[in-house]
Design a protein around this ligand. Sequence first.
Ligand code: DC
Length: 230
Amino acid sequence: MTKYALRKITIAIDGYSSCGKSTLAKAMARELGYIYVDSGAMYRAITLNFIRQHVDISNQEEVNNALQDIHIHFQKDKEGNNHMILNEEDVEAEIRQMQVSSMVSQVAAIPQVRRVLVEQQRKMGQQKGIVMDGRDIGTVVFPDAELKIFLTASPEIRAIRRYQELLNKNQDTSLMEVRTNLAMRDRIDSTREDSPLRQANDAIVIDNTYLNEAEQLQKALDYALTLIET
Ligand code: DC
C-alpha cells in the first residue's frame, strides 16, 4: 500500500512510438501502487508469433487460426518488472528487437488482432487501479478512464532516446534505421482504419521534449492525485 492508495482510478497513457509512455506509466503505477500494463508488448508478442509461424497476415483465416493458438500474459520477475510470456515462453527481450518493431504496426492494424487484445486489456482493468499505455487506451480500451494522458515529444528526441536504449541493450542498429522505423510506425498507427492513434478529446497533453523523467512524473502525478483525493 502506498500513501496514495485512496481511490482506484483508471489511467490511460497514449502517444506516438518511443515518447516515453512506458517509463511514465511504470513510474506512476509504482508511485500509486497500481497495476502497470504495456499494451504494446501484447501486440509485439502476437507479431513475434506470426513471424515465427510464417503467418500470412493478408489471409484472415490464417490469422484467425494463429490467434487461437496464442496465449499471452505478464509475469513479474524478482525485481517486480513485467515480462511478456507467450505460450509459456519469456519473450520480453525478443519482442523489443528490430525484426518485431518493423512488423508490429502492420499486425496491430488487423481488426481480429485488436479485438482479441482489447478484450484481454479490458479484463485486466476491471478492478481499476491500473495504468495502461498504448495507442488506443483512452479512445477505445478505456474511454471512461478518469485520467487520460497524451504524451508527445519531438521526433528527433524520440529517435535519439530509442537509439540509446537499443545501444544499451547491445542491439545492432543505426540512428537512421531507428528514425525511419519510428516514422513508419507513427504513420501506420495514426492512419489505420481500426482504432487509429489519436488524442482523446478529454486527454491532457504532456510534451516531454524538455522534461526529464522526474519532472514528467511529477506533472502526471499532480493530475492523478487531484482525481484520487477528491
Ligand atoms: O508501444 P510500442 O511501441 O511497444 O507498440 C508497438 C506497436 O503496437 C505500435 O507500433 C502500435 C501497436 N499498438 C497499438 O496499435 N495499440 C496499442 N494499444 C499499443 C500498441
